[in-house]
Structures are given as structure tokens and as C-alpha cells.
Design a protein around this ligand. Structure first.
Ligand code: SF4
Length: 422
């Protein structure tokens, strides 16, 4: 039997798809292209309405080009909204998805309560996806913070973490397979706790420094509340942890933050950003922002806008607020009209472009190290990221793929940074 996996959503879900494929291959199923497969698995995100639209689109597309294949819907969307299944043939929850071979011959809906799910054991053996320079490794799952807008705790269950020993072993295996950069992902990494010792994320990072791992370790995202002096100290001294932190700020208005159930204030965040810059040279700070949360008026939005303007950050990921049934925020009023949300998203995205450009300009004529990736752009260029997550384009050379390469940043063309290989 042949299978194809389509993934939407976060990096943790990419790991989940890797494990789904790996287990199916172990059971004798064969990966195949969409057009020529017997089963199509959609491991789908549900954090926004857009995510839901993407599922529908993909299912229509899949039915058009391979009408005979069986469609299996799984992941967070299947877990939380199994009834909104777009006529998939089989719906399985987040627990069942790691043993799909048991379910592939069924029809209907099989979804256990997410809260009881243990973290699946990692095993990095067999072939890794081809052409990978960066590997997303899930070390934590679940969340019990219940931010009022977020459906994730209902989809992923309570927090649980991979033991430090298992992480060290997996990272060693990744290194042996030639992976140069690993991204530690989780649903809420600040909740990471070694199951037997209770050691947290900072302890883990500290131990990884002297373990055999890929040369670069990136942290996918970190709650500002977790960024204390010890964490900053460990990152600043590390030769492996990238100088790049992605912080889900969500709003710069204390009133909105409180309504969101986020447990920090704008002043706390300003202080954290200052401390990060003081301790870590050239640190790149990215942020998530939600625009148009219920009751966000013009003045609350402008508080966010002005805060982003004054903070020394690199980029923003901006999302319009998306109502998710079952969350506390779903019943909050007044809702922000869609056209206002769109205007706010647009304003913040323009600010993002300004911030990125200003950050890039700092590095003109500087010597940096990038890790070139295999993809070709305009048939001429390849791209590699620096430690602090700047994409640099250089002329394509196959032998540079997955090899750390020193470059001088020469110019900014539009929003593309060009480098010269040294
Ligand atoms: S911390 Fe908040 S936003 Fe993040 S997964 Fe948990 S509930 Fe969702």
C-alpha cells in the first residue's frame, strides 16, 4: 500500500508527520507521490480559520488529481473539530495518528481525548528526508496555559516532555547523519520539564553545550516570561544556540494582554529586549502579533504599533485574530470588524518590512557564516541562513549545500541580501 502525507501548521506538526511516515514505512507501506498513492494523509493544523480553509482546498485538489485514493484527516483539526471533516474517508485524532497502520482500513471517526496522550518516543534512524539542512525535532508537546484565544490545549492535551537523555541521543544521531542545524520545537517550550528530574529548558540547553549535537541548535519560539537572567546567560555563552529568539508577544497593550490571558506586561517585555541586546551581540528577535483581538480599539492597537516601533527587533509575524469555537475569547465582545483587522494587519506588515530592512542594513560589508540550502532560486542562486536568521543569497554551487560558508554581505536588492563567498 502506498501513502502520501500532507502537513499544515507548526514545526511540531512537521515532526509529527516525520514520525507518521517513519512508522508507516516500518510497517511496510511505501511513500508515493500524490497522484499515484493509495492513501492520502492530511496532518492538519486548526489554529486559525485560514488553516481550515487550507484543508478544504487541499482535499478538493487531492480528490481532483487522485479520486481513487482514501483520504485520512488527522492532527489538531481532526482532534478538535472531527465533525468538520470535508468528507474525508477516515478521521483519526492526535493520539491515533502515530499508529495509522492500525486504522488505514477503517472508515469513520476515531478520536480519543487529547489530554491523556503520552509523548511519542523519538527514534532517529533510517533515512532522513532528503536535502535537509535544518531538522525540526519536537522535545515537548501539549499546553495548560489556556490563553483565551488559543485552541491548542484542547488539541494537544496537557504538557509532557521528552527526557533529556533521549534528546541527547537523538541529537547525536542527527549529527551522525550529517544534519548541521536542529530546531528544538514544542507547543510551549517554556513548559519543558524532564519527566524524571524536572529539569527545565535552560538545564537542557546547558547540557547540550557539551554533548554531541549538530553544530547549530535553534529554539523555535520562547515565551517572554521564560527569558530570565540564567536563560540569557546560557544563550549568550553558547557556541551552538543560535542568536535568534522568536517571542510570541501577541499585543503591546496591557489591557489586551490581560484579556488574552498572557501573564506579562509591555514594560516587562521592553526590559527583556534590552537585557537580550546587552548580553547577546547582534541578537535577532522576532515576534508574533495578533491584530484585531476582541475589544482591541484604535488606542490599544496604536499601543502595540508604537511599542514595536521603538523596540530593537528584527521581524514580525502578524496574524489577524481568528475566532476558534470552544475558546474563552470566542464569546468576548466587541468583535473587531474584518476590514479593521485587515487594515491593522497591513500596517503591522509594513512595519515588519521596515524593521527587516533596518536589521539587514546593519550587516552590510560584514563577514558572516551561512548554512547554504539545496534549493535553486532563478536557476542561479542558493540561500543560506546566518546564526541570527538572516537569509543571504549567493551564486549556486552544489558543493556548498549543507556546508558552513563564510560570506561578506555585499548589497540589499529589494528585500534580498546578496553575499560574496570568501
Ligand atoms: S501558551 Fe497560550 S498560545 Fe501558547 S499553546 Fe499554550 S495556550 Fe496556546
Amino acid at each position: 500500500m502506498k501513502f502520501y502525507v500532507h502537513t499544515t501548521g507548526c514545526k511540531a506538526n512537521q515532526w509529527d508527520s516525520y514520525m507518521i511516515s517513519k512508522r508507516l514505512k516500518e510497517k511496510g507501506l511505501i511513500p508515493a507521490p500524490l497522484i499515484d498513492t493509495d492513501i492520502i494523509i492530511i496532518n492538519a493544523c486548526t489554529v486559525t480559520e485560514n488553516a481550515e480553509r487550507d484543508i478544504r482546498r487541499f482535499i478538493n485538489h487531492a480528490r481532483n488529481i487522485n479520486g481513487d485514493a482514501k483520504i485520512i484527516l488527522t492532527g489538531c483539526h481532526a482532534q478538535v473539530y472531527p465533525e468538520r471533516n470535508f468528507d474525508a474517508d477516515l478521521i483519526v485524532g492526535n493520539y491515533e495518528k502515530f499508529n495509522l497502520e492500525k486504522w488505514v482500513h477503517q472508515k469513520g471517526s476515531y478520536v480519543e481525548n487529547a489530554r491523556i496522550i503520552p509523548i511519542e518516543k523519538s527514534s532517529i534512524d533510517g533515512l532522513l528526508p532528503a536535502g535537509k539542512t535544518r531538522f525540526f525535532f519536537k522535545i515537548q508537546d501539549g499546553c495548560n496555559q489556556f490563553c483565551t484565544y488559543c485552541i491548542v490545549p484542547y488539541a494537544r492535551g496537557i504538557p509532557r516532555s521528552r527526557p533529556i537523555e533521549e534528546i541527547i541521543e537523538a541529537l547525536k544521531a542527527l549529527k551522525m547523519k550529517g544534519i548541521q542545524e536542529v530546531v528544538l520545537t514544542g507547543i510551549e517550550l517554556s513548559l519543558y520539564r524532564d519527566p524524571s528530574t524536572g529539569k527545565g529548558l535552560s538545564d537542557l540547553l546547558y547540557e547540550l553545550e557539551n554533548s554531541e549535537t549538530p553544530q547549530r541548535i535553534r529554539i523555535s519560539s520562547i515565551n517572554p516570561l521564560y527569558i530570565d537572567d540564567r536563560f540569557i546567560d546560557i544563550v549568550s555563552r553558547s557556541c551552538k544556540i543560535t542568536k535568534h529568539l522568536h517571542i510570541p508577544l501577541q499585543s503591546g497593550s496591557d489591557r489586551i494582554l490581560e484579556k488574552m490571558g498572557r501573564r506579562y506586561t509591555r514594560n516587562m517585555v521592553v526590559d527583556i529586549i534590552d537585557r537580550l541586546h546587552n548580553a547577546i551581540k547582534d541578537v535577532a528577535i522576532g515576534m508574533d502579533i495578533i491584530a484585531g483581538f476582541p475589544s482591541e480599539d484604535d488606542s490599544a492597537f496604536m499601543e502595540t504599533y508604537r511599542l514595536i516601533e521603538i523596540m530593537d527587533i528584527y521581524y514580525l509575524h502578524v496574524f489577524p485574530y481568528s475566532l476558534r469555537e470552544g475558546t474563552t475569547a470566542a464569546s468576548m465582545t466587541p468583535a473587531v470588524p474584518d476590514f479593521v483587522k485587515r487594515k491593522r494587519v497591513q500596517a503591522l506588515r509594513q512595519l515588519d518590512a521596515i524593521k527587516r530592512k533596518a536589521f539587514y542594513m546593519r550587516f552590510l560589508e560584514r563577514r558572516l557564516k551561512i548554512l547554504p540550502e539545496g534549493k535553486k532560486y532563478s536557476n542561479l542562486f542558493m540561500k543560506g541562513y546566518t546564526d541570527n536568521y538572516i537569509p543571504v543569497y549567493i551564486p549556486f554551487k552544489k558543493n556548498l549545500v549543507n556546508h558552513f560558508t563564510d560570506v561578506i554581505i555585499k548589497e540589499l536588492q529589494g528585500n534580498i541580501l546578496l553575499g560574496r563567498v570568501l
